[in-house]
Design a protein around this ligand. Structure first.
Ligand code: TTP
Ligand code: MG
Length: 354
């Protein structure tokens, strides 16, 4: 049981801001407090074509979620307050918050603008002490930025994240090592990091059962999980038992820059497609400047919302514009030549050195 031995000694804390972009907008415009508030593309009275970035909890009561077409969110809640994304503001707030978090430990993994893991193993004697640090972080963020966050503490990253989810909004929760495997059993298998809708389906197909829980998934033998998920099978086998050996900082945030464009009308006109694609590529290259590039990602969303992504990696280098454009076009062709569907959205992204 080497995996578990390694684990028991760790103390991990997870911080995640509550409805981040929308909470900042509420703070900036207190008159919107208590109303459903949606941050994202312009809804254009239901004809808008982008997506929801996030929304406050009032809006979530209407079934609105991140990533949902903005037109759908408008239909669900036409009386909602719809605001555009103000990224420079959110980035400023994020760095102010990270200044607070970074005072607690150097062992930090920044997951996104509003989320981080802290390894407090060397700083605290037990999980209760980590809870006090969590409370301190919450208070400081509230005082400095007038925003709430949630905090989870556990014996590993997975348990800290699950605790944080349970603490939402504006809460703090500790899951003690002795309870770890027990508390996840009755939950949907989707709470396991790395298991999304697709992988959940694969487990359901294997078990010939719907709405599988972690307890159900735990019944699958390690060899069979490896057959289904390859190398990841072993990792899932342990995660179903509350064991997660991934270190804080191991999964580095990939730095990337990119642009997306939603067509006013779904299209298969090659002239329009290439014109927009060129624009996305050259705008992105302009923003990236002299940073080294190690990969290109192209995204294509079709008229039925099916979304495909293709990416290629290469040695870290400063590439000429033409080379990156060519790499992008070849990925785009892979995505669109085999389909007769019209394109709704195009995206181009460059993966950069951290
Ligand atoms: P999350 O932490 O996933 O969501 P949230 O902070 O809005 O809400 P929660 O209280 O559930 O944590 O994402 C952080 C921010 O990232 C979010 O405010 C907006 C942005 N975001 C997008 O722009 N698109 C997305 O699909 C998601 C999931 C997030
Ligand atoms: Mg959040």
């Amino acid at each position: 049981m080497k995996n578990e031995d390694l684990e028991e000694k760790r103390v991990v804390l997870h911080v995640d801001m509550d409805y981040f972009f929308a909470q900042i907008e509420e703070r900036e415009n207190p008159r919107f407090r208590g109303k459903p508030l949606i941050v994202g593309a312009d809804p254009k009275k239901g004809a808008g074509r982008g997506v929801v970035s996030t929304c406050n909890y009032e809006a979530r009561k209407y079934g609105i979620k991140s990533g949902m077409p903005i037109s759908r969110s408008y239909k669900l809640c036409p009386e909602g307050v719809f605001l555009p994304v103000n990224m420079p503001l959110y980035k400023r707030v994020s760095s102010s918050i990270f200044q607070i978090i970074e005072k607690e430990t150097e062992k930090i993994e920044r997951v996104s603008l509003d989320e981080a893991y802290l390894d407090l193993t060397k700083k605290v004697k037990n999980l209760k002490e980590a809870e006090s640090i969590g409370k301190k972080i919450k208070e400081k963020i509230k005082r400095k930025e007038d925003l709430t966050c949630s905090v989870g503490v556990g014996k590993n990253k997975m348990m800290a994240k699950i605790a944080c989810e349970e603490a939402k909004p504006d809460g703090i929760k500790v899951i003690f090592p002795k309870d770890s495997s027990k508390v996840i059993l009755k939950k949907s298998v989707e709470i396991i990091p790395g298991i999304g809708i697709k992988r959940k389906k694969e487990i359901e197909n294997y078990l010939k059962k719907k709405d599988v829980t972690v307890a159900d998934a735990k019944k699958i033998k390690k060899e069979n999980l490896e057959k289904i998920f390859g190398k990841l099978g072993k990792e899932f086998y342990w995660k179903f038992r509350g064991v997660d050996c991934e270190k804080v900082g191991e999964k580095k945030e990939t730095k990337s820059k990119g642009k997306e464009y939603t067509f006013q009308k779904d299209t298969y006109d090659p002239k329009k497609i290439i014109k927009i694609f060129r624009y996305l590529v050259f705008q992105t290259i302009k923003e990236v400047g002299k940073q080294k590039v190690k990969g290109v990602v192209v995204t294509c969303r079709f008229e039925d919302f099916e979304t495909h992504t293709k990416q290629t990696s290469f040695p870290l280098k400063f590439y000429k514009k033409k080379v990156l454009y060519k790499k992008g076009v070849s990925l785009l062709l892979h995505l669109i030549t085999k389909t007769k569907k019209r394109i709704r959205l195009l995206g181009f992204r460059l993966i950069l050195e951290r």
